[in-house]
Design a protein around this ligand. Structure first.
Ligand code: UGA
Length: 431
């Protein structure tokens, strides 16, 4: 069986390589020639741990190949996974342009039965709409099935998440398609949850929105903890021991970012309005997230005296560790805020690069951690890369002018840092 992956971003490349590793033949299709050319040579166009090794392995084995030609790709495949982006439109709704283009290519070029599985995060009813777009583009009435198969992998741990998912959601009305999906995934040890397409679409949005709500809840709690001198990390740990609550996604910080939570919550709010319902809790989730970093910048500025004319080091600019993705990263808002109030900023990140148009005589990025900290008055840790947790802080301290450490992810050992002579402050953390 040949599998076609339409869209070669994080989800597409990871899904393609997972199926290749499971023994299937895979074609990756993307209209961007530069992307497919570089993937064909075993070069990833983004940073994701472990993915480059697997890509090179299967370029060599010949079981995965990449093309920009939809005609050949559609004809040669039996199963098609849609992994194209669904960015936010101006009004917050999901822009389905790429989904529609992909559906039309499928309809136009298919010559035999296809199973089309939608991995992209799409609004309720899109799977149904897809049937129509494909049918409209067909010249002959060739049968096909559409399945909603949302993806739950995270950037930074994409391979592990894709090989070991908590569940595989299959939203479909056709028994033949459900059986085929189960065959594709049979080597993955995870429960199947078979449901209606609309329900599957909703499960994806509802899961992301729930996780973001959990984070905003703990983030807002951290503000109270800051004022009452209680340690939010201990509160979260104690709460998480209740299995109904769980430890995950309870880490207070400067806010969530990335290409999914912000976009999906907006899309969900839009859908709620569209269908005459209210999801007012999500308005609050967004509001807490948007003000979390500025709330703590104010707290930290009071500790330092002022940020004006100070040299500030930013450690970690990606929206989370183990990725070079800067989309909706709180670090960018923090940097802009610091520059606005007259600070000089030097940033460090093991993988992400600041776009050159942001750089100026008051904002630079350097490669070595020591150089980042040189003569700085304070550092702000924005994403919790292992390198920072494992750093030799005794040695690094010597580079700094003043020893203020503002830990935006609560990952450094505050007691230890204080003993070393740092003025350590986290997010709602007290000792
Ligand atoms: C998220 C979901 O976790 C995935 O299940 C989903 O597949 C993906 O979106 C998607 O829809 O494609 P991702 O955005 O890659 O994955 O990363 P997460 O690990 O969820 O982190 C999102 C943000 O939340 C990051 O900025 C992270 O720093 C923040 N976060 C996470 C916290 O602030 N606290 C936590 O306890 C956990």
């Amino acid at each position: 069986m040949n599998i076609l992956i339409m869209g070669t971003g994080y989800v597409g490349v990871t899904t393609g390589l997972v199926f290749t590793e499971l023994g299937w033949n895979v074609i990756g299709l993307d209209p961007d020639h530069n992307k497919t050319a570089s993937l064909s040579q075993g070069e990833l166009t983004f940073y994701e741990p472990g993915l480059d090794t697997l890509l090179r392995k299967h370029i060599e084995s010949g079981r995965i190949r990449f093309t920009s030609d939809p005609e050949i790709a559609v004809r040669e495949s039996n199963v098609i996974f849609l992994c194209v982006g669904t960015p936010s439109d101006k009004d917050g709704s999901a822009d389905l342009r790429f989904i529609r283009q992909a559906s039309e290519s499928i309809g136009q070029f298919m010559q035999d039965y296809k199973l089309i599985a939608v991995k992209s995060t799409v609004p309720i009813g899109t799977n149904k709409q897809l049937n129509q777009w494909i049918t409209d583009a067909q010249t002959l009435p060739i049968p096909f099935d559409v399945v909603s198969n949302p993806e739950f992998l995270r950037e930074g741990s994409a391979l592990n998440d894709a090989f070991h998912p908590d569940r595989i959601i299959i939203g479909c009305d056709s028994d033949q398609a459900i059986d085929l999906m189960k065959t594709l995934y049979e080597k993955i040890r995870a429960p199947f949850f078979v449901t209606k397409p609309k329900t599957a679409e909703m499960i994806k949005y509802a899961s992301n929105a729930f996780l973001a709500t959990k984070i905003s809840y703990v983030n807002e709690l951290s503000r109270l903890c800051e004022n009452i001198e209680v340690n939010i990390s201990d509160v979260a740990e104690g709460m998480g021991m209740d299995h109904r609550i769980g430890q995950h996604f309870l880490r207070a910080g400067i806010g969530y970012g990335g290409s999914c939570f912000p976009k999906d919550i907006k899309a969900m709010l839009y859908m709620a309005k569209q269908y005459g319902a209210e999801l007012s809790i999500l308005d609050k989730v967004i509001q807490v997230n948007q003000t979390q970093y500025s709330h703590f910048l104010k707290v930290w500025e009071q500790k330092l005296g002022t940020f004006r004319n100070k040299k500030i080091a930013i450690l970690g600019i990606s929206f989370k560790p183990d990725t070079d993705d800067l989309r909706e990263a709180p670090s960018i808002s923090i940097i802009q805020h610091l520059l606005q109030i007259g600070a000089t900023v030097r940033v460090h990140d093991p993988a992400a690069k600041l776009p050159s148009d942001l750089l100026s005589d008051r904002l630079e990025q350097v490669d070595r951690l020591e150089e980042t900290l040189e003569q700085c008055d304070a550092l702000i840790l924005c994403s919790e890369w292992e390198q920072y947790k494992k750093a030799d802080w005794v040695q690094l301290k010597a580079y700094m002018n003043q020893h203020f450490v503002f830990d935006g992810r609560n990952v450094l050992d505050g007691n230890h840092m204080t003993k070393l002579g740092f003025h350590y402050y986290g997010i709602g953390r007290h000792y």
